[in-house]
Design a protein. Structure first.
Length: 270
């Protein structure tokens, strides 16, 4: 199960639109046996030939290409992949694929020129391209089981204030559906497609860099660069230590596992 060819760490940002160039979007990749991860730059260059920041669309397209390459990739993305079980009950959702489709309809944040806040304040509704505001929402005190198992993870419904994580989830979840539609069976979304990834298949998992970012000196990297760097390096380290398989199988009880099959889980939370 652990024979990965590439470990990709993505620090995400839910700011602005899917085509906005964001300094908070950072991508690093580590290869088995390599001493340190390398920073991946956006494929786009400015008029003077300099690299520019990534967009969410570019990150999704690069991931799609990697998943189609035939290499066995493990990609860790720093945003929530799903919502608390209370949300599923509130809106009558029975599975994660159903959640992805429903969410992308109510929060079309993968579309060009769409901010998360445009959906929140009803701008898209007034233009006739999204449901009315107030639908498919939650409270900042609602936590997933995996978040309750950590000391500091915040709710995916926290959309305002310092340390906000909700905008990244609300901006990133529709891109998970897009990737699933684009590559199909070429990727295993953990743990929704099963807790133990099949041999030879690429894997995409949710990560929370606060768990491991301080294991590695920051040096001259920004905070966002450090989170992407640490994610790639930590996954490669766990593989080299023979500890990665255990990360895919946290010690959850059967009833908890059924909840996490809908809510998702953070890789490495045990």
């Amino acid at each position: 199960m652990i024979g990965f060819d590439l470990f990709i760490g993505i620090d995400y940002s839910g700011a602005e639109t899917p085509t906005s160039r964001l300094p908070g979007l950072q991508v690093y990749a580590a290869r088995p046996g390599a001493p340190v991860p390398e920073r991946w730059a956006s494929p786009t260059r400015s008029n003077n030939g300099q690299r520019v920041n990534w967009t969410r669309r570019e990150v999704a397209e690069r991931l799609r290409d990697e998943l189609r390459s035939g290499r066995r990739v493990l990609a860790g993305i720093d945003h929530g992949f799903s919502f608390p079980i209370s949300y599923f009950a509130r809106y009558g959702l029975m599975s994660w694929p159903e959640f992805l489709a429903d969410f992308s309809t109510h929060w079309p944040t993968h579309e060009d020129h769409v901010y998360v806040d445009f959906v929140r304040d009803g701008s898209l509704y007034r233009r006739g391209s999204a449901p009315a505001p107030g639908q498919r929402v939650g409270s900042p005190d609602e936590l997933r089981l995996t978040e309750r198992w950590t000391s500091s993870a915040k709710s995916v419904f926290r959309l305002d204030g310092q340390g906000t994580v909700g905008k990244s989830a609300h901006a990133g979840i529709p891109w998970l559906k897009w990737l699933r539609d684009e590559v199909g069976d070429a990727v295993h979304f953990w743990p929704f497609d099963g807790w133990v990834p099949p041999p030879g298949k690429a894997v995409i998992a949710e990560v929370y860099p606060s768990i491991f970012r301080n294991r590695y000196p920051r040096e001259v990297r920004t905070g966002d660069e450090q989170d992407a760097y640490a994610t790639a390096r930590w996954m490669a380290d766990m593989a080299s230590r023979g500890a990665l398989a255990a990360c895919f199988e946290p010690p959850v009880a059967p009833a908890e596992r059924a909840v996490a099959a809908l809510e998702g889980w953070i890789l490495g939370v045990r």
